[in-house]
Design a protein around this ligand. Structure first.
Ligand code: AMP
Length: 111
């Protein structure tokens, strides 16, 4: 069971900013920007590599939730939505998650 599954089940605490039937959004414990929220599906999908056709609505909801959370948190001047995938992508937690980063000017390209 991943740390994110435990957050969904309320086995460990998190600063939850949004929840619905498909998705959960909570603040990253080690923020890389002034605003750093993780949007995750409740379904335990390990990574982008593991997506199937039946996950289309879930992924769509996560992106829509990220957009709405960004607006709600006042990120009107812009933000970044990032998915790390696999070892080369820097993914550490094997539960699909969208990093919503904002509150400062973000460099490009990423490292
Ligand atoms: P990634 O490297 O893309 O897998 O990102 C995993 C993210 O999860 C990192 O930014 C961590 O800081 C974050 N994280 C790990 N454990 C927790 C936790 N208990 N609560 C909130 N965020 C967490």
């Amino acid at each position: 069971m991943t740390v994110f599954a435990k957050i969904i089940d309320r086995e460990i605490p998190a600063d939850i900013v949004y929840e619905d039937d498909l998705c959960l959004a909570f603040r990253d414990i080690a923020p890389k920007a002034p605003t750093h929220v993780l949007v995750i599906p409740k379904k335990p999908i390990a990574s982008l590599i593991d997506l199937t056709d039946e996950d289309e609505a879930i992924v769509g909801r996560c992106v829509l939730v990220a957009s709405r959370v960004a607006a709600g948190l006042g990120l009107g001047s812009g933000y970044r939505l990032v998915v790390n995938c696999g070892p080369d992508g820097g993914q550490e937690v094997p539960h699909l998650h969208f990093h919503l980063l904002g509150g400062r000017s973000l460099g490009w390209p990423p490292g």
